[in-house]
Design a protein around this ligand. Structure first.
Ligand SMILES: *Cc1c(COP(=O)(O)O)cnc(C)c1O
Length: 382
């Protein structure tokens, strides 16, 4: 039975400093393997990397470098600021900003060689005018809406644009993309409807590279791949399709130290709201990790509810009571005291309890849990 050492949340990791109360271990080789897996899945289509929201919480610079090592050359950010951070570490990459063109922000895109993902006729007009005035055919993508009704040019605007071809002359249309609303559900008829709408609208525009698939779309088959795919969640080990076994390797592991161990007696309660009532003598360990660290409060476990399970070595330890801002309480009654002791490490997320296991239990999705992992947690890249 493997028992984690003090100062070492997981075997083979760099030694973590004694002041680290919780450690997020990010496996960059698993990340690279996931990119390679997706790249292999899509044949000749290019596999980009979506690294918005600090690379889904895992660290934008580190993730950008690792994906570049694997062979990734095109990145998608949500915001200009994220785009700038990618540019800083990846001078040669193609970087698209999904927010599109913020009014008056053209210089920022041009100055950092970032490509706006233009989402309306107004944005096209502004980018076109900017490029014309400077005699520079700068690249941009065009986002066309095929039914998600979030960002993107509505079909009527695409049709209008097709009657004004001059608008597309002064900048370089490097990519036409659209985004699927239900790619996580292969049975949804919306996927094929959006694909057909994409083909119809694309045909109205000059011929250029096309992109439709996010992570889920990669697994919907070749006809969804076009020239470039844009996976995010699958890179980070999350589930792309609901109800299927997830072929991706887990990338994150979250461990927290035991701050204190105590014995509790029948009739006592544990934690805020006294929602967990002790019915037989038990031992409770308090871990240095709470919702401010990214462990969801919805994983609280009242009496009678099966809680999320952490591990000390190979011993499972269920969460009891409420998750609070800085702390979680787990039941260590069955664990020998020489293992469940102050300073020992408990794995609360990893290969055995995955991001998807936790978010299924909490009623949310991996995207939310990952992107909200806190910077308070000590990070180790392996
Ligand atoms: C976030 C996003 C993606 C990546 O989606 P995943 O489901 O994480 O793979 C791709 N394209 C667009 C437009 C997005 O906003």
């Amino acid at each position: 039975m493997s028992v984690p050492q003090d100062h070492q949340p997981s075997q083979g990791d760099p030694i973590v400093p004694p002041d680290a109360r919780a450690v997020l271990r990010i496996d960059l080789s698993a990340l690279r393997a996931n990119w390679e897996r997706l790249n292999a899945e899509t044949g000749t289509a290019e596999c980009a990397g979506v690294i918005k929201a600090d690379a889904y919480g895992l660290g934008l610079e580190e993730v950008a470098r690792a994906l570049t090592q694997a062979g990734c050359r095109t990145f998608f950010a949500a915001t200009l600021e994220e785009g700038r951070r990618i540019r800083h570490v990846q001078p040669g990459a193609a970087i698209y900003v999904l927010d599109g063109l913020l009014p008056g922000a053209e210089d920022y895109y041009a100055g950092f060689d970032l490509r706006p993902v233009l989402s309306s006729l107004d944005e096209v007009r502004e980018w076109s005018a900017y490029c014309r005035a400077r005699h520079r055919r700068l690249p941009a993508a065009l986002h066309i809406d095929t039914g998600i009704n979030r960002l993107g040019m509505p079909p009527s605007e695409v049709e209008a644009l097709s009657t004004e071809p001059n608008l597309l002359r002064d900048f370089r249309l490097a990519l036409v993309l659209s985004h699927l609303a239900c790619a996580d559900d292969p049975a949804s008829t919306k996927n094929e409807a959006q694909r057909l709408a994409f083909d119809r609208l694309r045909a109205l525009l000059p011929k250029t590279k096309a992109s439709l698939a996010n992570s889920g779309g990669v697994f919907l088959g070749q006809k969804f791949h076009y020239d470039l795919v844009r996976p995010g969640i699958a890179l980070y080990g999350g589930r792309a399709l609901e109800g299927r076994t997830n072929p991706m390797r887990p990338v994150v592991n979250l461990s927290a130290r035991i701050l204190q161990v105590r014995d509790v007696q029948p009739g006592e309660t544990v934690g805020y709201g006294a929602i967990w009532r002790v019915d037989q003598p038990a031992r409770i360990a308090t871990l240095a990790c709470g919702y401010a660290d990214g462990f969801l409060r919805a994983l609280s476990s009242p009496t009678g509810k099966h809680g999320a399970v952490g591990y000390i070595g190979d011993y499972p330890v269920p969460v009891v009571g409420r998750v609070s801002m800085d702390l979680i309480t787990v039941d260590v009654t069955g664990v020998p005291p020489e293992i469940a002791h102050r300073g020992a490490w408990v794995e609360v997320m990893g290969e055995r309890v995955t991001v998807d296991d936790l978010t299924d239990m909490a009623g949310t999705i991996g995207y939310e849990l990952l992107s909200r992992l806190s910077r308070r947690v000590h990070r180790v890249y392996v």
